[in-house]
Ligand binder design. Sequence first.
Ligand code: BGC
Length: 352
Amino acid sequence: MKLKTTLTTLCAALLAISSANAAKIGVSMPTQSLQRWNQDGHNLERQLQDAGHKVELLYAGDNDIPTQLNQVENMIASNCDVLVIAPIDGSSLTEVLTAAKDKGIPVVSYDRLIMNSDAISYYATFDNYKVGQIQGNYLVDALKLNEEGTDPKNIELFTGSIDDNNVNFFFGGAMDVLKPYLDSGKLICKSGQTKKEQVATLNWSTEEAQKRMENLIASIGYGPEGTKLDAVLSSNDSVANGITNALVSVGYNAENFPILTGQDCDKPSVKNMRRGIQTMSIFKDTRILADQVVRMVNAIVEKKDVPVNDTITYNNGTGVIPSYLCTPIVVTKDNLKEVLIESGYYTEKEVK
Ligand code: BGC
């Protein structure tokens, strides 16, 4: 009897503690049409629920800005305790988020920084500048640009959506590495398109990237029998997939494929790496990012110190947003089994 009473009291106490810390978390994701955001949403939802929170997870159609504005507005109206938002367009949420600020609802910007809003409390992402730098350095090594006697190499450049603040870091990081080689003539960009605005791909669309690569092939005459194309910088995998489609359709194959970069380790790209028609990608383990966001959310809810590791890099126009940057990892066909399959991220069958 005594034991039963003690257990009941203990359970009641535990329940009280967990419900005191349980909160309603609104999670807004940009699109379901790209694999990574499905994984992000799924991991976040599961890990937040495991931590005892209630979760309202919404996707904004396929990168539909008005839908995202609406969804975030409703989350604020329904009194979510914390918002976690991966914006489609970094600058379109300013107005809507003033209501979050007025109600004292903290906002965590997820993966992409929300610009020009003082409602943003924290930012959790991968080190985006490092992603660009890794891609740039990979190209320098693979093209042997630092080795004596290497002939000039031809490269074309592709980045992502101009409204995504991450592009400044991905493209900026890569260009900080590549520009000296372009300036010295060791790298040649025959199209002359080296500015962010010229090489951007709206909504990170595979089709748009394919079209632009097809145009470059037609106008410059790139091809296995034509003008040599040694490398293509692509900021991510959805863009790389479009480039690969265009290159394969004019006869490039594993034997003569240009060095092609990517990011995300999406399944089609992992398969392409295995087949030799994409050279590298960057793995950003969404489980790690979700885990970090859960730590942030728990600390916010419990009014404890929120874990951050960067308080200088990400200024969203209203000031520096305290950030937590996770570490990206380079993946090629040589280590993909170990990094992606043995870690349990994919099964062998999924990326065969
Ligand atoms: C993310 C990338 C992703 C891209 C397209 C970026 O903001 O950081 O991982 O490939 O959006 O969705």
